[in-house]
Design a protein around this ligand. Structure first.
Ligand SMILES: NC(=O)c1ccc[n+]([C@@H]2O[C@H](COP(=O)([O-])OP(=O)(O)OC[C@H]3O[C@@H](n4cnc5c(N)ncnc54)[C@H](O)[C@@H]3O)[C@@H](O)[C@H]2O)c1
Length: 256
């Protein structure tokens, strides 16, 4: 498996915090960082998938990643978990802001509550997690923050206006935070997935016809999966990317 091939010594024992690390691309991230020997903590709301992942990695390696049930829309709860991880595992040196939700929404039906709720899930936690983790990274002498953007920002996809607005803001958040935190040796980058065939995408949105059309748009005629994304997050977290900040790195098979 690709995730097992490259070894980054700088990630061994490193404390990594991942949002939405229990399923989809996030589970690929949890697996990949854990297999590098990092100390991984992740939050999610899907207890069954998260526990299954903890059990799988435990059986595989004899040690377990740390799962915390936390709805990231609750900023105080997210800040509390980040503080607890810092105390129990040591200062967080990599934050992966991965969790999001791309439920479709007609422009006619969006009301103020729904709009605010989408931002509270897809945008707000990224800033407050970064703010909380940055204090720990400063204590550790530096760190890396990886914000998940989306290829959808560059396209005209309907029924997604609140989601795409949040994702476009993420790209801006990265650049501004990269400036603020760079003086503390904290790097901030956006990882931009293309159309990644997670279970949820295949169940909810992507038909075989859609997938064929996606591959027509991609330069590379491959099915993008979580294991294509995780190695790029490893690189952005590692010392090998120590001079890279404020960037957008797309893993989209050459679509954007
Ligand atoms: N899959 C794609 O094609 C694609 C494309 C572009 C961008 N992205 C981005 O990549 C990231 C991961 O996407 P994915 O496809 O793996 O998504 P997913 O829906 O498969 O997984 C998201 C994870 O976040 C968790 N989560 C959802 N709401 C939460 C909440 N309120 N609190 C805590 N955890 C919560 C879910 O339980 C799940 O484990 C997202 O930021 C997404 O916007 C994905």
């Amino acid at each position: 498996m690709i995730n097992d091939v490259v070894r980054y010594p700088s990630l061994e024992h490193r404390v990594i915090f991942i949002t939405g690390g229990g399923s989809g691309i996030g589970a690929g991230l949890t697996r990949a960082f854990h297999r590098q020997g990092a100390r991984v903590a992740f939050v999610d709301i899907d207890d069954a998938a998260s526990q299954a992942l903890v059990d799988e990695l435990s059986a595989e390696s004899g040690r377990a990643p740390h799962y915390f049930h936390c709805d990231i829309r609750d900023v105080a709860a997210l800040q509390a978990v980040i503080a607890e991880v810092g105390k129990s595992l040591g200062p967080i040196q990599t934050l992966v802001n991965n969790a999001a939700n791309d439920d479709r929404h007609s422009w006619r039906d969006i009301d103020v509550d729904y709009w605010d709720e989408r931002m509270s899930l897809n945008l707000r936690p990224m800033f407050f997690a970064a703010q909380a983790a940055a204090h720990q990274m400063i204590e550790a002498g530096g760190g890396s923050i990886i914000n998940f953007g989306s290829v959808s920002v560059r396209m005209a996809i309907g029924d997604l206006s609140a989601y795409v607005t949040a994702k476009a803001a993420v790209h801006g958040l990265t650049r501004s935070l990269a400036r603020d935190l760079g003086t503390h040796n904290i790097r901030v980058n956006t990882l931009v997935p293309g159309s990644v065939m997670t279970e949820r995408q295949l169940e909810k949105w992507i038909s075989p016809e859609d997938e064929a059309s996606i591959q027509q748009h991609q330069c590379l005629k491959l099915r993008l999966e979580a294991h294509h994304v995780a190695p790029v997050a490893l690189f952005l977290a590692s010392a090998d990317s120590q001079a890279i900040s404020g960037q957008e790195l797309a893993v989209d098979g050459g679509w954007g």
